[in-house]
Design a protein around this ligand. Structure first.
Ligand SMILES: Cc1cc2nc3c(=O)[nH]c(=O)nc-3n(C[C@H](O)[C@H](O)[C@H](O)COP(=O)(O)OP(=O)(O)OC[C@H]3O[C@@H](n4cnc5c(N)ncnc54)[C@H](O)[C@@H]3O)c2cc1C
Length: 550
């Protein structure tokens, strides 16, 4: 596959040479740098690139050129390459033109000339734009292909895993294409699904997720035997704590049983997180947070579940699913919460085969022009329903109460969307289907009316339960499993039995010294991204205090 192209366009040859040199030294390995000095000629050149099926990642364009302005060039260029990122190079006098083109051509950034030193003024901006481009671009397909069926839970799990790690893949449905079925049968005669085809010609059949993680180059083994702090869970709380720990030079390991981002990572659009007035998708926020953490030297293990924690003097030893043990001085429980699963007959066997828990993001596109259901009335359900309307013909939202509990802006959006129908006071009684979900039986609790509806899929977003099993029996938790911290662990205003230190537990410390909790798993939290991030940051500050006292 040819390298994606970065176009640098400037009529001033000395400036162009200088831009080209800076771009080539930093991006030459991954991109083909094409310097051009005339707008019209550049547009002709784009046509040739298009014919050769080459991709443009970025336009870096001078605003003031004799034959056309940079904005005029971009307006035409993005007709051919709408996904390419757009940056204008401007002189101070042109800054208003640049501001105007934010709207006219969706300008991503404008840089003032001169841009030296590029390490400070050019590369950070372009790095971020190119990362974003890479995360969203659709290249001519040469990557990983996953072949399976819509009714296979293991296919769903693999797709979800790759999606949540933002690893691009092509989905091949063996029921829709006999050629795909034949391809799969060559590798897996008994049709064990999914079969994953890699660009190097190798395949994996129904792999364990840790094996898949290894194969796609994710870290699954800790690099060190000992860390200052181990964070369990890489949702917003865990990632925030790790960014602060890493940035202050502490050796920090994050252990994640699935994929980074946690619940927030599955949100199609987070609209109430400070600093993102137009909203930000969970995967975008996660990608930014993960690269930030890694930049500070944090190790993040994927597809590794923490099973238990043992306390040995000043050490906290975390045991993983595969038996590996990793030691640290402090542990942060940032394991969040997960949705309740349906307990009714048939629901288990249809999970991943039409019934999905919170996975609107991964599966929505498979239900194009079909009628799907969402169960739940809180923010996550509302977001899921709105996202599903991009693909489904009709989305019915089943709400148990007499009104949804989602935030007002989301309820307004649900009401305004013609594809969405909300059924209030409605209980789900039964799910029906042989290989895949076919029907739901629902009851209006006001009128007692029971009806059976055809359903292509159902996305469940009900209740949340804390994922605190790792410390069950070790630290004090509420009846529902939320971990008590700080004042909540005190008994009659005294530290809990077994507490060995002179001081009281820190605000986010559990009933065991050196084990902290933050985010949705913590008793008293309010289940918001910002709260989780804030608690992660505070937990780190308290862990730092704890480490100083050792
Ligand atoms: C679909 C959806 C939309 C949402 N939208 C919004 C919104 O718009 N605004 C808002 O403020 N909030 C929103 N929320 C809520 C918000 O996402 C959560 O409050 C937040 O993610 C909690 O962060 P956390 O880090 O505490 O836990 P989580 O995000 O739950 O992350 C916990 C992580 O720990 C991992 N883990 C658990 N147990 C283990 C173990 N034993 N070993 C290793 N790893 C483990 C999990 O796999 C998970 O990745 C939404 C939630 C959902 C589900």
């Amino acid at each position: 596959m040819p390298k994606p192209v970065i176009i640098a366009l400037d009529d001033d040859l000395s400036v162009l040479n200088s831009v080209e040199r800076d771009l080539r030294s930093h991006y030459g390995q991954g991109y083909r740098i094409v310097p051009l000095n005339e707008g019209r000629a550049a547009l002709e050149y784009l046509k040739k690139l298009e014919q050769r099926n080459e991709t443009v990642a970025l336009f870096l364009v001078d605003q003031r050129m004799p034959d056309m302005t940079g904005t005029e060039f971009l307006a035409e260029a993005i007709q051919t390459y709408p996904q390419a990122k757009r940056v204008l190079l401007t002189a101070y006098a042109d800054s208003q033109a640049a501001i105007d083109s934010i709207n006219e051509v969706g300008l991503n950034y404008y840089l003032m000339k001169p841009w030296h030193p590029p390490e400070e003024r050019l590369y950070p901006v372009l790095d971020e734009l190119l990362d974003d481009w890479k995360a969203h671009v659709r290249l001519p397909y040469e990557g990983i292909r996953v072949a399976g069926t819509l009714w296979s839970l293991t296919s769903h799990e693999v797709k979800d895993f790759l999606t949540r790690h933002q690893i691009p893949y092509q989905w091949l449905d063996i029921e829709k294409d006999p050629a795909v079925r034949a391809l799969v049968e060559n590798v897996s005669a008994d049709l064990k699904l999914p079969v994953i085809f890699f660009p190097d010609g190798s395949t994996l059949t129904q792999p364990d997720l840790a094996v898949l993680a290894d194969k796609v180059g994710l870290q699954t083994r800790a690099g060190l035997p000992f860390y200052d702090v181990i964070v369990i869970g890489s949702g917003p709380a865990g990632l925030a704590a790790s960014v602060y720990a890493g940035s202050e030079g502490y050796k920090c390991l994050v252990i994640e049983k699935a994929a980074p981002g946690g619940q927030a990572g599955s949100s199609p659009k987070i609209e109430n997180y400070l600093g993102f007035p137009a909203g930000i998708s969970g995967d975008d926020l996660t990608r930014r947070a993960v690269s930030q953490a890694k930049r500070f030297g944090v190790e993040i293990l994927s597809a590794q579940e923490a099973k238990s924690i043992e306390v040995k003097d000043a050490y906290r030893i975390v045991r993983l699913n595969d038996g590996t043990e990793i030691s640290s001085h402090a542990v942060l429980m940032a394991t969040g919460a997960s949705f309740h699963t349906l307990k009714m007959p048939g629901a288990d066997s249809l999970t991943g085969a039409g019934i999905y828990y919170g996975a609107a993001y991964t599966e929505a596109m498979n239900y194009k022009d079909q009628h799907v259901f969402v169960v739940g009335g809180a923010n996550s359900a509302a977001q899921g329903a709105l996202y599903l309307t991009r693909f489904a013909s009709h989305v019915t939202v089943l709400v148990r109460g007499h009104e949804p509990t989602a935030s007002k802006y989301l309820v307004d959006a649900l009401n305004a969307n013609e594809k969405i129908e909300m059924l209030l006071n409605t209980d789900l009684l039964e799910v029906k289907g042989t290989h895949t979900l076919e029907q739901l039986v629902i009851k209006n609790t006001r009128t007692g009316e029971v009806q059976t509806c055809d359903a292509a899929a159902m996305f469940v977003f009900i209740g949340v339960r804390p994922q605190s099993q790792v410390v069950a029996g070790l630290v004090r938790c509420s009846d529902r499993g939320y971990i008590y911290t700080g004042p909540d662990v005190m008994v009659d205003r005294k530290p809990p039995p077994g507490w060995t230190l002179e001081r009281d537990p820190f605000l986010l410390e559990t009933s065991v010294p050196g084990i902290f909790a933050a985010g949705d798993v913590r008793y008293g939290t309010n289940h918001r991204v910002a709260s989780a991030v804030g608690e992660g940051a505070i937990a780190y500050a308290l862990i730092k205090e704890y480490l100083k006292m050792l």
